[in-house]
Design a protein around this ligand. Structure first.
Ligand SMILES: Cc1cc2nc3c(=O)[nH]c(=O)nc-3n(C[C@H](O)[C@H](O)[C@H](O)COP(=O)(O)OP(=O)(O)OC[C@H]3O[C@@H](n4cnc5c(N)ncnc54)[C@H](O)[C@@H]3O)c2cc1C
Ligand code: SF4
Length: 509
């Protein structure tokens, strides 16, 4: 039977209820899925990330076929694979001669731009459908943002709570408050019984993919094995249930904590499943609410978790589409240093950075506070070019796609947008890391020392950063107290800070 619609399903669109699939009809339409070289290499993604996506795509292909779909699946090592979406769609159009192409809007600006050229290039209608797996459409976000002086996540989040009815008590927030964050800042404790995320044994499909990735992308960053990620939605569901049962109750309390020997703490480790389409974000939040309503998790945990998804996740996506493509070039502090090599090798004496990079290399995962307050904080204090930092985060994490990674990196962690996402930079000295983790105990640097060769580098770098960017930051009311503290410091102390920072940065170069 001739193909009516050619439906392109991208690697992060592995959801049966995807708008392009619910619009299409298995009896007339053909699905196209392609493992694209260009996508795997435009930044050199972590080996585990590539393996996760290719394996999840192959499992999704199998599922679609068993549901009666006609699927054209092009493997990366197929002799005919031409290596880009555009050329693969063109090749399939040439062969199947469909009436039109259907695609759910891609998550990344770069890919959407490419898709927007297809209609002319192929001389065929191309329908780009909204991605309704997100709760807030791009237009809805733009409407919300219009005429607002500040785009604060907290206000957006309240709208999303009302819209989804999650944790609502009539028109009031459950528990009388929108946000229980003040209860979610407990420092780490080494005597806690900490669960690990659900882990899955590679099946035959995954084993094939692991071999392929090893052969083809062996020189990319990161360890390929042990590989324990879920690669199909049934497994991702199990991972969610496991999180609800073992970690959710303490998710809130220890959300900001870090421990040297505990990589996952009470985090869910499901962002890569949600972002690839294996888990539905609303369903995840509803499951968390159900656990709270059944008395299996406290409100601070459930609210804190749901805020990350219907608040932060939706909000950063809105910002991305609102501000692209200019957002990519933002560099508020005009930072120009290259990313230090230890972001790839973990060869640094800073125990906190070493732990975060080592775990990133081994797991393609680090939790939020490691990303924000260790590797992100260090890069900002050291004056690393935000675009270098962005490329690193995009490459090394299994959950990284530009729509979510870029605002988190450039905006939240580097303050490169000058304060669109946050009201002040997330800059911190070693004191914060010491309070929230046990890293400092085994570090060659002394977190209590403020300057000198043995001083924790975060201490002098913190002041150096504030002095270096004084003209941009002194007017910020949230930093007034910090600058007052600097003003009251003795000249000797100021000089010692700046000299230590200068020496450390000199060695870094
Ligand atoms: C510099 C930097 C880069 C980041 N890059 C990414 C990225 O590429 N992809 C990504 O999904 N997240 C990114 N984040 C956000 C966050 O760190 C990860 O979502 C989280 O660590 C994933 O682990 P988890 O599933 O255990 O999350 P949990 O701590 O269990 O949180 C639950 C869920 O909330 C969502 N979430 C939490 N925080 C955020 C956030 N700030 N933005 C969007 N969603 C959030 C995720 O879906 C996550 O699975 C980044 C944060 C920073 C500071
Ligand atoms: S002393 Fe400083 S560098 Fe060392 S672990 Fe603590 S914060 Fe990190």
């Amino acid at each position: 039977m001739p193909t009516r619609n050619l439906v392109l399903v991208l690697g992060d669109q592995l959801s049966p209820r995807l708008s392009s699939l619910t619009t299409a009809d298995p009896s007339h339409d053909t699905i196209l899925m392609v493992e694209v070289e260009e996508e795997a290499t435009y930044v050199r993604h972590h080996k585990k990330k590539i393996a996760f996506l290719f394996s999840a795509m192959r499992h999704f292909d199998k599922k679609l076929r068993s549901n009666g779909w006609n699927v054209e699946y092009v493997r990366i090592n197929s002799r005919d694979n031409t290596g880009s979406f555009t050329s693969e769609v063109a090749r399939t159009v040439e062969r199947l001669k469909p009436d039109r192409v259907l695609v759910t809007e891609p998550g990344e600006w770069r890919v959407l731009n490419e898709v927007n050229t297809w209609s002319d290039r192929l001389d065929l209608p191309v329908d780009v459908l909204e991605d309704d797996r997100f709760l807030c459409s791009r237009t809805e976000f733009a409407d919300w943002a219009m005429d607002r002086k500040q785009l604060r996540m907290e206000y957006f989040y309240r709208e999303m709570r009302r819209k989804t009815s999650l944790l609502m008590d009539g028109d009031k927030p459950e528990g009388g408050r929108w946000n229980f964050d003040s209860e979610n800042r407990k420092p780490s404790r080494t005597d806690l019984l900490i669960p690990s995320p659900a882990m899955f044994k590679p099946d035959a499909i995954t084993k094939d993919v692991l071999k392929l990735v090893d052969e083809r992308f062996g020189d990319h960053f990161g360890d390929l094995t042990p590989f324990w990620f879920a690669v199909k939605s049934e497994q991702a569901d199990q991972a969610l249930v496991h999180f609800l049962e073992t970690a959710l109750p303490l998710f809130g309390d220890y959300q900001d904590a870090m421990l040297k020997n505990e990589r996952f703490l009470y985090h869910s480790v499901i962002s890569h499943y949600i972002n690839a389409g294996l888990l539905d974000p609303l369903y995840v939040c509803q499951s968390v609410e159900a656990a709270y309503r059944a008395g299996r998790a406290p409100l601070n945990a459930a609210e804190g978790f749901i805020r990350q998804i219907i608040g932060w996740r939706e909000y950063v996506r809105g910002i991305y589409w609102l501000k692209m493509p200019d957002y990519l070039r933002e560099n508020f502090f005009e930072a120009e240093r290259s990313l230090p090599t230890f972001y790839w090798t973990a060869k640094t004496e800073m125990a906190c950075v070493r732990a975060a990079v080592t775990q990133t290399k081994e797991e393609a995962y680090a939790h939020h506070i490691q990303r924000l307050m260790v590797t992100g904080n260090f890069a900002m204090l050291a004056g690393v070019r935000p675009q270098d930092v962005h490329e690193w985060y995009l490459a090394v994490y299994a959950d990284a796609y530009e729509w979510v990674e870029l605002p988190n990196t450039l905006g939240m962690s580097q303050f490169a947008d000058g304060g669109l996402l946050g009201s002040k930079p997330y800059a911190a000295s070693g004191n914060y890391i010491n309070k929230m983790s046990d890293y400092c105990k085994s570090c060659r640097y002394d977190v209590k020392k403020k300057a000198g060769d043995d001083a924790c580098p975060f201490n002098p770098l913190y002041w150096d950063f504030l002095v270096r960017n004084e003209n941009k930051l002194r007017g910020n009311p949230r930093l007034a107290q910090v600058y007052r503290a600097w003003d009251h410091m003795s000249q000797d102390r100021k000089a010692a800070y700046l000299e230590s920072a200068g020496r450390f940065l000199g060695d870094l170069d």
